[in-house]
Write a protein that binds this ligand. Structure first.
Ligand code: DAH
Length: 347
């Protein structure tokens, strides 16, 4: 096609391009005009044999034509893309004024439900329900609990220390709330605290770097015995596992902040994978740690008078898993509503 014709066609082509309504149409026009054997490309080829002057004159003109075609193509491509996006959005639009089709509005997670139930239980029995900071100092997490610097018990807690903040850590146990509570409220005191604790454990079916603990403490100037501790734990387990007879045993164990220290087990049987706590049970399952408060702990709280006390601690996830027959702790944190509903643990 001679150059003149190309120039007269330019406006016509531009119009055709800007009127293209599909990407295919646009591609076809591009191929016809500036594609490998398009008219403009062919005209460029003809220039090869032309004189230097002609090359300059026609070359410039052809380049102008080509850049106008390029511009028109880019403009229309953008327009088609914008249109495609807006159509997609239109199709995906939700009409939030439509009535809801089912009555499922979500629910409280099983951990939240259990935590609230336990808090309510203890507060109805006259315990103070307290919270403590999750970022703690070495003093509250270890020293005040009779775990000095080089005590092996420190190594057994794989602690997350805070970089650049000497002596600060993510608490490895809720026992530190015992110290804060005694410092603040003195004696007599009945308190529980339920909250998150952290240990540098690999996440697997039974371990999580974050888990919840329930901590209890009873201190008085009147004598308190292991008998009181046992009855307190029994009542709690009967409440939590919804049974009228829990049977408890203590085994000697070591916790630096107790003397004597012990672990407690409960009789159980299994039904459909779930743990049934009952004094008829023929097996024992370990549920937590407990003991009489060590005199050094009272000392580090500044309590000088003669006092007596017991403390206990247990894992919230552990008792939830046992009660509901959940075998993998990770399921608790996945918060998949279908899974939670399957376990009857969400509305
Ligand atoms: N803090 C202990 C732990 O994380 C559990 C514990 C044991 C708490 C004995 C207590 C206690 O209050 O008396 O393993």
């Amino acid at each position: 096609m001679p150059l003149q014709e190309i120039e007269t066609n330019l406006e016509y082509w531009e119009k055709a391009i800007l009127g293209a309504s599909t990407f295919q149409e646009l591609e076809r026009l591009k191929a016809d005009i500036i594609g490998k054997s398009g008219v403009v490309t062919s005209a460029f080829k003809l220039l090869k044999g032309a004189s230097a002057d002609q090359k300059k004159e026609f070359g410039e003109k052809l380049n102008r034509v080509k850049s106008r075609i390029d511009n028109a193509l880019a403009k229309q491509r953008q327009k088609l893309e914008d249109y495609a996006v807006s159509e997609k959005l239109k199709n995906e639009a939700l009409d939030i004024t439509l009535p809801v089709e089912n009555d499922h509005f979500g629910g409280l997670h099983i951990i939240t439900q259990s935590l609230r139930r336990i808090r309510d239980y203890y507060s109805s029995r006259g315990f103070l329900v307290l919270d403590g900071p999750e970022i703690e100092t070495e003093f509250y997490n270890f020293d005040a609990l009779n775990i000095p610097k080089h005590h092996p018990a420190r190594q057994s807690h794989d602690t997350f220390y805070l970089k650049g903040h000497d002596g600060m850590l993510l608490r490895t146990q809720t026992s530190c709330v015992q110290i804060r509570a005694m410092q603040k409220y003195g004696v007599p005191l009945r308190m529980v605290s339920i909250g998150k604790t952290y240990r540098n454990d690999q996440l697997d079916a039974t371990h999580s770097p974050m888990f919840h603990q329930i901590e209890g403490l009873v201190v008085d100037t009147k004598p308190i015995t292991i008998g009181h501790l046992k009855s307190e734990l029994r009542k709690f387990l009967e409440f939590f596992f919804e049974t009228d007879s829990a049977s408890l045993r203590f085994r000697p164990s070591f916790f630096p902040f107790t003397e004597p220290g012990m672990e407690f087990d409960c009789r159980y049987t299994k039904k459909d994978g779930k743990l049934i706590i009952s004094s008829d049970g023929d097996k024992w399952i370990e549920l937590g740690g407990a003991g009489m408060v060590h005199p050094n702990v009272f000392k580090s709280c500044g309590i000088e008078e003669e006092v007596y006390g017991f403390a206990f601690g247990l894992g919230l996830e552990r008792i939830i898993m046992l009660k509901y027959g959940i075998t993998d702790i990770r399921n608790l944190y996945d918060t998949d509503q279908r899974w939670l509903r399957y376990y009857g643990t969400c509305a």
